[in-house]
Design a protein around this ligand. Structure first.
Ligand code: FUB
Ligand code: ZN
Length: 652
């Protein structure tokens, strides 16, 4: 099989105008300089189908009621003057909960008509439109609480952040339904912003940026939807004004150093990641090589030094921000669900821009672990922070930063964010270019780009076999590329009469490239060997020195107290010399594969000391009683009873 040319060197940049390209959250403009364009995927069964079905059946329908009882919809009516009362909610950005829900519902409607949800969407779109000022401005907090004062508190006010989520909802609504109503509202606000913000000397009133990036990536998408270049230019202006002290020069809001000069991710994680998503969008649409290089550099720094095993991001509770390199605590891991979502959004843009598989490796890890833990299996309860450990005797703070699942939050940014990613997930799974179709994530379903289409069947991530059948093909050679996950050490692939394994398969930078003149009905069977494994960490991650984590395929595992006989987890030690066993458990947590490991419960001599430290350093290996350890996938934790949990297990 000849080695195809590298996708990254594709002479004709990919474009979403290609027939069969996906029309999800990232739709490349006609002049985009990306290596790849999103492909169309239908998720028909299996792991993600189940999670999306719960999203559609339980989480999304509950949205309007929750937005009503939390006061978000009331605020719109109040701003429209149709009711009387007080603003409800604790934050200036509560409108975004509505916009994210509208976005999620729109992506959902694009897949499956649902007359009830459609009515709810229409009703809420009308409320949003009713709250807008005649000049396009819209923010219920500033209209109602701040007496109409505008853009005086850019560092904390979130006015442009709210505009960004409105624009994203409107683009989704327009793409899904073809209706102009919400897009008209969003354009009016974007035009208003464009009339106010600009460089000194541009004749605009304010040279400023929002303390929470978001409007930037939204404006790029608005440009893609409308073809209006000034939205792209406005996004570029905003991205380049960070790092010049307009917000006081703080790292917290990415104002310490311009993105083009930055060498690591810093500050508030979600803010940083949304800004980087916008930079990748701009590099894609304009070919800005410096912005692209900055994105690639910062992604490398983030993944190498600031990312938890689960793909979770953020090491500090107080400012929801990144820590220092290798500062990756377990019980104080912040790993906000929104940060995981933002990371997926950024990585997807880089995957399209560069054609590199590693970005989709991180997406896979994040989706199956740090992201999915954010929603309960029943779709009704949420985690805002996603720690990697809950200690025995944990005193839970409750509220937004609880390590226990919660019905809704005072700061409810995460739940509707999860809803929108699950509802649009199929748009993050595959891509295409002139040379072929690339499958980034495996699901049972249908992948297509232009005339190339394949059907896939798999029980991934529980089993490693992915069976693909070509359903449609042009009459010329093309390349079917399958991502070989970064965690995979061993695989086999059968293509018609040929069989390869990891030693001789045509793998190039994480892509298994299968080039031929395909015929309908041709089959490819990829078998990823899914042995459970123990993973260690770079020694500079002090928090987990001497520990190992259990993984299998893309899944990170954890111990939950409820599965460990004899009580708490803090005395449990894993025996890394003993084999790990796999046990499929259809009865447990909606059906999971558990990993069974050997360990022991430390027996510590109780010398009555009032002091937990010892000198000299104890050197004898502790002893204890053997115990069988049943580990479950991390995403499924906190769905039974409260109790301890840990991902990293001491081995000595
Ligand atoms: O500031 C808006 C949102 O609230 C952020 O993205 C989250 O981190 C939470 O702080
Ligand atoms: Zn959040």
């Amino acid at each position: 099989m000849p080695r195809p040319r590298s996708t990254a060197l594709s002479p004709a940049p990919a474009s979403s105008e290609q027939a069969g390209a996906s029309t999800g959250p990232v739709r490349l403009g006609p002049g985009a300089k990306a290596a790849l364009a999103p492909a169309a995927v239908e998720v028909r069964a299996g792991f993600w189908s189940t999670r999306r079905e719960v999203n559609a059946r339980v989480s999304l329908p509950q949205g309007p009621e929750l937005l009503e009882s939390a006061g978000n919809l009331h605020n719109l009516r109040l701003a429209a003057g149709s009711v009387e009362g007080e603003f409800r909610g604790a934050y200036p950005f509560v409108d975004t909960d509505i916009y994210k829900w509208l976005e999620a519902a729109s992506w959902q409607l694009a897949q499956q008509p649902d007359s009830e949800m459609e009515l709810e969407v229409d009703r809420i779109v009308a409320l949003v439109a009713g709250a807008q000022r005649p000049d396009g401005y819209l923010n219920t907090w500033f209209q109602l609480v701040k007496g109409g004062e505008r853009y005086k508190d850019l560092r904390w006010g979130h006015e442009l952040y709210c505009a960004g989520h409105l624009i994203q909802a409107a683009v989704a609504h327009h793409r899904a339904t073809g209706r102009p109503h919400l897009l008209d509202v969003a354009r009016a606000f974007a035009d208003h912003i464009d009339s106010v913000f600009g460089l000194p000397g541009s004749g605009k009133e304010i040279d400023g940026i929002d303390g929470h990036p978001e409007v930037e990536t939204a404006l790029v998408e608005l440009y893609r939807e409308t073809g209006e270049r000034r939205y792209l230019d406005l996004a570029g202006y905003f991205v380049d004004r960070f790092g010049h002290g307009l917000l006081g020069g703080e790292a917290y809001c990415q104002d310490r150093v311009p993105l083009r000069e930055a060498d690591t991710v810093e500050g508030h994680a979600v803010r940083q990641l949304y800004l980087l998503a916008a930079a990748a969008d701009l590099a894609t649409e304009t070919g800005d090589a410096e912005l692209r290089a900055a994105g690639e550099r910062l992604w490398q720094a983030m993944t190498a030094t600031k990312t938890h095993l689960t793909g979770g991001l953020g090491a500090h509770h107080d400012e929801e921000d990144f820590g220092d390199p290798y500062e990756l605590p377990n019980e104080r891991a912040y790993c906000e669900t929104c940060a995981a979502i933002a990371s997926v959004q950024w990585s997807w843009r880089l995957a399209l821009l560069t054609g590199e598989a590693r970005y989709s490796d991180l997406i896979e890890r994040t989706l199956y672990n740090g992201f999915l833990a954010g929603v309960s299996l029943d779709g009704e309860r949420w985690l805002y922070v996603n720690p990697l450990q809950v200690r025995d005797g944990h005193t839970d703070p409750g509220g937004d930063q609880s390590a226990r699942r919660t019905r809704w939050f005072r700061c409810a940014c995460c739940p509707p964010n999860v809803m929108r990613l699950l509802a649009s997930l199929e748009h993050y799974l595959a891509s295409g270019d002139e040379q072929g179709l690339q499958i980034h994530q495996f699901t049972t379903g249908h992948y297509s780009y232009g005339e190339m289409s394949v059907r896939a069947e798999t029980d991934y991530p529980w089993h490693g076999t992915i069976a693909l059948t070509v359903e449609d093909t042009p009459d010329r050679p093309w390349t079917l590329s399958l991502r070989v996950p970064q965690w995979c050490r061993e695989f086999r692939v059968r293509v018609a009469e040929l069989t390869y394994d990891q030693t001789d398969a045509p793998v190039e930078d994480g892509w298994l490239r299968l080039e031929r003149t395909w015929a309908r009905g041709d089959s490819v069977v990829l078998e990823l060997v899914l042995e459970p494994r123990l993973t260690g960490a770079d020694p500079r991650v002090d928090a987990v020195r001497g520990c190992a984590a259990i993984e299998r395929g893309p899944l990170v595992y954890c111990l939950e107290q409820v599965d460990v006989p004899g009580g708490g987890l803090d005395d449990i030690v894993l025996d890394p010399t003993r084999p790990l066993a796999v046990k499929h458990r259809p009865d447990l947590l909606g059906g999971v594969t558990t990993v069974v490991a050997a360990g022991y419960r430390r027996r510590l001599a109780d010398d009555g000391s009032w002091w937990p430290y010892r000198a000299p350093v104890p050197d004898a290996a502790p002893t204890g009683d053997s115990v069988e350890l049943t580990a479950i996938p991390y995403y499924a934790w906190a769905n039974r009873q409260d109790g301890g949990m840990r991902v990293w297990l001491p081995t000595s």
